[in-house]
Design a protein around this ligand. Structure first.
Ligand code: CA
Ligand code: CA
Length: 442
């Protein structure tokens, strides 16, 4: 029994550690300009590059676009030219930003046209995916898919054909997928044939990037002020959207593909191996290794509704402020721009208690690199836990808080999130989380 427990906690430890994620982007980037096609992938790529310090970027693959199947890696290169011009200033804020030179070598083309998968349909992109996954690196590879998944499907088809079942399973065990809907027929094919592959499909949540919640944070005016003007060549390259989606007009930020990497940002809220815990990239529940949208509550004066998009838009004030600050990093000095606080919650992330027990919440060692004042908020992320009731947290706006574990009949989980916000401009937020398993009284 002890052996089993030790093994279980070792596995848990591996799942909860936050290594720098390895990331391959697959994008159906189709234009750099407003008014010509859909420039939302260009928006997402620009935001992604501002987070390139948080990831080990291992591939930027241009994939086939819609019915014509054009492939435009040159648009990725054009955005990297703009990134090159702000890179030296970004490194003053974080030396881990990779150079444009390094990133240019990672730009690959998928197969043009509308062919599916099979013999003769390998591409630079599909071969690149195989070589990255095959690297001697124990970390998983996150493949984030902003268009059709064909390049990944072809890679899986090729490896499945040429390797033993054991080797194919080992190959797949290193892959994590976050796809924005199924944008060609290969997404369902991949899931049908690979039940063992970790695969998140965001079917509705992704629209929370720009629909629902506080829409004043995604307008053309917001983009104009915080991105396009006075933020250097990368911000100037951001197309200020003026188009639509099936629900009507969209103006300003669209970025439906962005939740795929907001999900991976090590902000204290994200635990990428736990899609059901929720993060800036939304919340997803599993059917085996395949995950689909969950719903979070939205309360207004008159009603409570459940909405997939709310799993993303509930965090919008925080992730937009984060974007705004990073845009500032393109031109401002480290002394004048804001940087996020560092949050440390004392004690283990996962705890087990019994009904009636007092649970102590403490974050005494939080800090801010700019010396900003910090404000605290502990709250119960009800949707992420199994316990349905609401618990009372005492000292919810202090660095120390506590609550009494509720009465339960069988084991239930509670997610307590600590939100720490600085008083810089813009105010930036980071998180801590405690997952409490409550068992019934003995
Ligand atoms: Ca896209
Ligand atoms: Ca700060």
């Amino acid at each position: 029994m002890l052996g089993v427990l030790i093994l279980a906690s070792a596995l848990l430890g591996a799942n909860l550690s936050f290594e720098k994620p390895r990331v391959i982007v697959m994008t159906d980037i189709s234009t750099l300009k407003v008014g010509v096609g859909e420039p939302d992938d260009t928006q997402s790529l620009i935001r992604f590059l501002l987070y390139a310090n948080e990831f080990d970027v291992e591939g930027l693959i241009a994939t086939a676009i819609g019915r014509k199947g054009e492939v435009h890696p040159e648009y990725i290169l054009a955005i990297l030219d703009a990134y090159a011009k702000v890179h030296s200033n970004l490194t003053k804020h974080d030396p881990r930003y990779p150079s444009a030179e390094v990133l240019r070598r990672l730009v690959k083309a998928g197969l043009p046209g509308t062919e599916s998968i099979g013999e003769g349909l390998d591409s630079e992109g599909s071969n690149w995916i195989i070589s990255v996954v095959d690297k001697e690196d124990p970390r998983p590879v996150w493949i984030i898919i902003w268009g059709g998944p064909r390049e990944l499907a072809q890679a899986l088809w090729r490896v499945g054909k040429e390797r033993s079942a054991t080797d194919f399973a080992a190959f797949k065990s290193k892959i994590r997928v976050f796809a924005i809907v199924d944008q060609d027929e290969t997404g369902p094919w991949i899931r049908e044939n690979n039940p063992d592959l970790f695969y998140i499909t965001s079917r509705l949540a992704f629209r929370g990037m720009y629909r629902g919640g506080d829409e004043s944070l995604v307008t053309r005016e917001w983009v104009d002020t915080h991105v396009n003007k006075g933020h250097g060549p990368l911000g100037a390259a951001y197309p200020n959207y003026d188009g639509g989606d099936p629900w009507g007009k969209v103006k300003g930020i669209k970025e439906g593909d962005t939740p795929s990497f907001l999900y991976l940002i090590p902000n204290g809220l994200s635990y990428p191996e736990h899609p059901e815990w929720g993060s800036w990239g939304g919340r997803y529940v599993g059917k085996g290794r395949h995950y689909f949208d969950a719903k979070d509550m939205v309360c207004s004066d008159s009603e409570v509704v459940w909405d997939e998009r709310a799993t993303v838009f509930r965090w919008r004030p925080a992730y937009q402020a984060d974007f705004q600050a990073r845009m500032d990093w393109c031109t401002m000095s480290p002394e004048t721009a804001n940087h996020p606080p560092v949050v440390v919650v004392d004690g283990p992330i996962q705890r087990s208690v019994r009904s009636g027990q007092r649970v102590e919440l403490k974050a005494s060692r939080c800090d801010d690199p700019d010396g900003n004042r910090l404000s605290y908020l502990w709250f119960q992320y009800r949707e992420a836990g199994s316990y349905d009731g609401k618990i009372e947290i005492n000292g919810e706006r202090d660095s120390k808080a506590w609550f009494i574990a509720p009465e339960v009949k069988s084991e239930e989980t509670l997610h307590i999130v600590l939100e720490v916000t600085d008083d810089g401009d813009p105010p930036l937020t980071r998180y801590g989380r405690v997952v409490v398993t409550v068992g019934p009284r003995k």
